[in-house]
Design a protein around this ligand. Sequence first.
Ligand code: FDA
Length: 405
Amino acid sequence: MTRASYDVLVVGAGAAGMMCAIEAARRGRRVLVVDHADRPGEKIRISGGGRCNFTNLGCGPANFLGENPRFATSALRRYTQHDFIKRIDKAGIGWHEKTLGQLFCDDSAKQIIRMLTDDMAAAGVTLKMKTGVERLARSGDGFTTALSDGSQVTAASLVVATGGKSIPKMGATGWAYEVARQFDIRVTDTRPALVPLTFEAGLLETLTPLAGVAVDAVVASAPETKAEARTRKASFTEAMLFTHRGLSGPAILQISSYWREGEAIVASMAPGRNIFDELKAAKAANGRQAIHTALGHIIPRRLAESLCEREGAAGNLADLSDKVLRRLDQAVNAWSVKPVGSEGYRTAEVTLGGVDTAALDQQTLQAKSVPGLYFIGEAVDVTGWLGGYNFQWAWSSGWAAGQNA
Ligand code: FDA
């Protein structure tokens, strides 16, 4: 059996792990990174449709969920989106803002992976892929691990950067949570987030013909108690997409992080427009117009037809009462619908919840009760909105741990 000793062992060569390894190695620490996947940074590679939405210009603690949303403040302030942008600029990677402060590579997400792997090599980091940790124990002030390649590695610091449970097919595991539990560190409830929502068969039947229809919507959560509303009341103004399985699109992915089983979500599909007033005006101007045609001038035609059918609004505008027009107004701008679930970890972009932030030092991400043990990135109970926030948390938390590990 080969034995090796390092100052820092980082498990997980994703965004957070690579960032941490670079920073620790630049401080002169001897760093080994292991990962059971074939290649580093696989989630970076597939993110943002292959262009990686690597940060957000407006990133701040308000864009994150967790039992203590303020926890992220320190790392986000010490290593900001502007610090990462400078790094990208220095590496000569072109980028652009797509919408809502979201920054994407002009060319390919692979450029970011190359920048990180080049920086690791330049700083002297050893990277071992296709290698997992089979056993882990505390030894003296540090840690001893048995790796799947048969070697034994001891390290003064152990950085757990294995992410969350989203997309198991890409190598995601709950290993970070197992390590936390091994050291008596609490893990909060975890659930798929930034994920499409699903609907019961009857409702789905009415939604499926709309597959492919997209609207700019305001979608809000509807927690049932005041206490829950304090942490889970939110609304997002973004695109909503009807799919064969239910609802998706950015507005739905965003609200999925706030939604809980048994609750409704409320969608406004023509935000800022008074449907009743507009239909009344259309009726006065041309009462012989079919209702679905008039509504189809405000929202996509297929959606208009479907809503008219659902609300029993048929015929010409002239034949319809104010009551029916008001019902249509509600159906368009206060559509309350109860999802039955989500598509789960198979498609979720992130895992909500994780290693309890109360157990970690917010400046260094070190476990308070286990000196030398660090948790960073998605493994921690810090979950960002859709839009580059999760990568920024990975960069910031990786950087912060890298100053100390
Ligand atoms: P990450 O999951 O990236 O890395 C963990 C690493 O640990 C992996 O390489 C894995 O193989 C390894 N690992 C896991 N278990 C292990 C074990 N037991 N032993 C050894 N290695 C192990 N965010 C964003 O801000 N902008 C975006 O555009 C997108 N887009 C996006 C698209 C898709 C499809 C997904 C699934 C996710 C996104 N995200 C995103 C979210 C973002 O990808 C995510 O939050 C970060 O990758 C988290 O970085 P980490 O380094 O914490 O974990």
